[in-house]
Design a protein around this ligand. Structure first.
Ligand SMILES: Cc1cc2nc3c(=O)[nH]c(=O)nc-3n(C[C@H](O)[C@H](O)[C@H](O)COP(=O)(O)O)c2cc1C
Length: 321
């Protein structure tokens, strides 16, 4: 495949139309810099580089500032920052401070996820921002709306993905061509892309780039715990369970407990909130305490069989060697 002249690469100022998706707790400066150095766009996700939780807004922002500075010491290539637009407000105080800090640090590739708004997009654009937008549940209407509000690139997410999954059960093969036909700006595909066959399929469906999360967890540079990387290599979809209506996990003791509650029609607990109370993805994925946590991955982990360097992985995915 020839990626020369790809619209995504051009708009983002990178070599290959590939983004390492932001993932809470399991990205850090090393992973992000390695992706950008290899020609893709690395993206810092929430809690990047840290193994303790803070709920203080200023500390959250200053921690990310220091991680951004770390990336800068490792690469001079562009990289991005996750901006979560999920509070229900058009532009909340946290998002304003978060984007302002990024812009002060010279980061202007914003991977916004959630609800597009004129105010939030306008604010990012004031800093000369490039907006890669991903609705959690893609629809023709919300993709067109994000395009009209000024997104530069859109990401179409299939139900196969790891993390918080879309509320509609449309697989990547359905979502990608539907969204490609709905808008004029470039659409990237995400959800279950774990090898070169997935990458080729995404482009065959009309995507102009690939946005990949789970596969990057199992790389040398990823901060995920070694036993988690091994668990992904040795597990398959048969070892997974729904731990809430919107989250899957490899089976662990905690995942089994949550999965039982998820199946129990009498259950009234908000299981996503329960997962947050347990520390989100930190205990299971970053600390490797699999009993006490969950391991969120996509549906295609049967085909993940190695722990390469980021450069080796990108070379394999894009058939560069
Ligand atoms: C462990 C994990 C954590 C995630 N955390 C976030 C997050 O904090 N912010 C976000 O925008 N997306 C998050 N996602 C979703 C990814 O950005 C991306 O949409 C997804 O991983 C793509 O699908 P794939 O895993 O099949 O490649 C997460 C995904 C995973 C697997």
């Amino acid at each position: 495949m020839n990626y020369e002249g790809s619209r995504v690469a051009k708009v983002l100022g990178i070599k290959y139309p590939l983004i390492q998706a932001p993932m809470s707790w399991v990205t850090d400066a090393h992973l992000v810099a390695a992706v950008s150095e290899a020609g893709g766009l690395g993206v810092l996700g929430p809690n990047a580089g840290y193994n303790t939780l803070t709920t203080d807004m200023n500390e959250t922002i200053e921690r990310m500032r220091s991680e951004i500075r770390k990336v800068r010491t490792l690469t001079d290539k562009p990289f991005g920052l996750n901006v979560l637009l999920m509070s229900g407000e058009a532009l909340d105080e946290f998002t304003k401070s978060w984007v302002t800090m990024a812009a002060e640090e010279g980061v202007t590739h914003f991977v916004s996820v959630g609800n597009a708004s004129e105010q939030a997009f306008g604010f990012m654009k004031e800093f000369g921002g490039t907006i890669i937008h991903r609705p959690l549940t893609p629809t023709v209407d919300n993709m067109r709306e994000a395009e009209a509000l000024g997104a530069d690139v859109l990401v179409a997410t299939g139900y196969d993905e790891g993390g918080l999954i879309p509320a509609s059960a449309l697989g990547t093969f359905t979502v990608v061509p539907t969204m490609v036909d709905a808008v004029d700006i470039p659409v990237m595909a995400t959800g279950g892309i774990n090898d070169r066959r997935g990458v080729k399929a995404a482009f065959a469906l009309g995507a102009e780039g690939v946005y990949i999360g789970t596969r990057f967890i199992v790389t040398q540079e990823s901060p995920a715990a070694d036993n988690v990387k091994n668990a992904i290599i040795t597990s398959g979809y048969a070892n997974m369970a729904f731990v809430s209506p919107l989250q899957r996990s490899i089976r662990t003791r905690t995942a089994d407990r949550l999965a039982a509650l998820n199946l129990d029609k009498q259950n009234t607990l908000d299981l996503d909130r329960e997962i947050s109370k347990l520390g989100g993805l930190r205990p299971g994925m970053l600390e490797g305490n699999m009993d006490e946590g969950i391991v969120s991955v996509n549906t295609g982990i049967d085909i993940i069989k190695s722990n390469p360097t980021v450069k080796e992985l990108i070379d394999q995915l894009l058939e560069l060697n």
